[in-house]
Ligand binder design. Sequence first.
Ligand code: F6R
Ligand code: MG
Ligand code: MG
Length: 371
Amino acid sequence: MKTTCSLIKADIGGWPGHASVHPKLLQLAEKGLQNAVQTGLLTDFYVTHCGDDLELLMTHQKGEDNEEIHGLAWEIFTQGTKIAKDLGLYGAGQDLLKDAFSGNIRGMGPGIAEMEFTERKSEPLVAFMMDKTEPGAFNSPIYRMFADPFNTAGLVIDPSIHDGFIFEIWDIKEHKKVIMEAPQEMYDILALVGAKSRFVIKRVFPKKTNPKLTQDEPVAVISTEKLFQVAGEYVGKDDPAALVRAQSGLPALGEVLEAFSFPYLVSGWMRGSHNGPLMPVSQKDARCTRFDGPPRVIALGFQLHNGALTEPGDLFDDPAFDNVRRQAQKVTDYMRHHGPFEPHPLPMEEIEYTTLPSIMKKIGNRFKFMD
Ligand code: F6R
Ligand code: MG
Ligand code: MG
């Protein structure tokens, strides 16, 4: 049986500031998606938030890029924006860049991680959601899961994945994509995805030799909408989300999670303009507080069966990740001490907020050419 899983997210108003999502917005989304189950549009759903992003996980039989499914998400985000405005929530409707829905939510502001695939007998599915960072923040963990033998033991010792995986990588500046294979092209892949502000992993596919997966169907998908690219200026936030399938011909659940055992530096913290450690947290800690962060990631694990989702397991709500969090806290202190000095703020070309042009103007011809 084929199922489509659509994880669509947007920041339609923060509470308070850019910290979290107000319960009334979560209730509205629950109600809207529940109605869609009753009308038969959706098979199942789960509503949550990561920081100030409202996250709608939906399962259905309509395939990817479906107008009704995208329209449903858009409707919830626009209704939610009305509530956000009534409550005076912060930045109400900030990620909705267009006024009217025209068939597909892509390019309208919300982030989309969506994949259609044939369900295996048992289908573990993890929804990852991040706040205060950018789509490229998934590059390192996704690479580690599917290509790094020091992370995923199965790449070495499980015959079904020993041949590796296929990566679809997008160049978000040039609007191009390329398909690359690991392990054959590992170093080339790393040369691209290490430059995470430009090259982002969009999807992962199994190799043809993988006996346990259906060919040409994705095993992971990441939202890659860069709002800066969509709008041509800095508006809204492109905090990303991803869906990853696990086990039996794929990295085990624990290998998928192990990829988050190092709180590496990602960009997008405070004013979208700072680097900071990616901290894996439980759902209840998915609030961005200190210096509007630090950047956070949550992981909710489901079993998917005939399109139905079990209740989620809150996978980072676990002492096994305490040391990662402690390390992230230390790195938070360390990075904060840099204040306005790079590499805490992003380099000039990538910074979202800047006063530099007006300062240069003010200084004017006090800047003298040197001999
Ligand atoms: C980062 C983020 C926040 C805001 C910051 C300033 O992605 O959303 O750090 O950039 O709180 O927000 P404004 O300019 O709305 O006061
Ligand atoms: Mg916000
Ligand atoms: Mg956000």
